[in-house]
Design a protein around this ligand. Structure first.
Ligand code: ZN
Length: 260
């Protein structure tokens, strides 16, 4: 059996301290419910740790980052407090092959904006409306185990188009909202060697992470995003002075043009 996928569930973990409503829904924090969901569906295939914003280095030390195959990311009110040097390190790990699952209001996180290169803006409304999440890619591993072509959330915050993201490599879910909007709610990209999945559900004042379909998709996405190739890549733009085979041309290099 292969080694378990090493998962780090990262959570901003602020609303649980400031809102009685959120605290009541998630007394131990949303991250603990996400961790349980991933463990529920993946069992011995994973080892899951959590990390939160207010820990030293946001819980993302070099040791933790090196020991993480897939990271999940939930943030909302404190995106700006995430230190740029930590974002740099998470980005590097994604390019090296770490999977990243960005959830709900994490659309505005520094790390997702950095990796996608767009504003990640969207329209939103909190009105406890109904959402139907349509699976538009039933053959995708992230949809594995769903029992219907769609599932519903009775009360959600609305996220609507235009969602300013690069066209996803693969689209797995599209949401319809009671108030009329639609949204690309399950989107896959690859950056470097790393796989990225954005999954929309997860507003903190509704019991979204107790929904069995949301839990299954979260777990599936962790499995999908796990690194699958140990092949080395160079990310430091190396100058290869010695070619693999002889080159016939005689050429003087002006080295000063390459110095910066
Ligand atoms: Zn929200």
């Amino acid at each position: 059996m292969s080694n378990p996928i090493r998962v780090t569930v990262w959570h901003e973990y602020r609303h649980e301290h400031t809102s009685d409503e959120v605290k009541k829904l998630y007394p131990d924090g949303m991250h603990m419910v996400m961790k349980a969901a991933i463990e529920e569906y993946l069992g011995a295939q994973v080892v899951v740790r959590t990390a939160t914003l207010d820990e030293p280095e946001h819980g993302l030390t070099d040791e933790v980052l090196a020991d993480t195959d897939v990271m999940t990311w939930w943030g909302h009110c404190a995106h700006a407090e995430v230190k740029d040097e930590i974002v740099d390190k998470v980005q590097k790990r994604v390019l090296e092959g770490m999977g990243l699952i960005v959830l709900h209001s994490g659309h505005y996180s520094k790390i997702l904006k950095r990796l996608l290169g767009t504003t990640c803006s969207l329209r939103w409304r909190e009105a406890a409306e109904r959402e139907i999440i349509w699976c538009v890619n039933g053959g995708h591993p992230i949809a594995d185990g769903l029992e219907d072509e769609k599932f519903e959330l009775e009360h959600t915050e609305m996220y609507g188009e235009y969602f300013d993201i690069p066209a996803p490599d693969e689209q797995v879910f599209i949401s319809w909202f009671e108030g009329g909007e639609v949204f690309r709610s399950g989107n896959c990209w690859t950056r470097g060697k790393g796989r990225i999945f954005y999954f929309r559900p997860g507003h903190e004042t509704f019991p979204i992470y107790y929904n069995k379909n949301v839990r299954r998709v979260l777990a599936n996405s962790v499995k999908w995003a796990a690194p699958r190739s140990s092949a080395p890549v160079r990310l430091d733009a190396p100058c290869i002075k010695e070619p693999l085979a002889p080159i016939a041309a005689k050429h003087e290099v002006d080295q000063s043009l390459h110095e910066h």
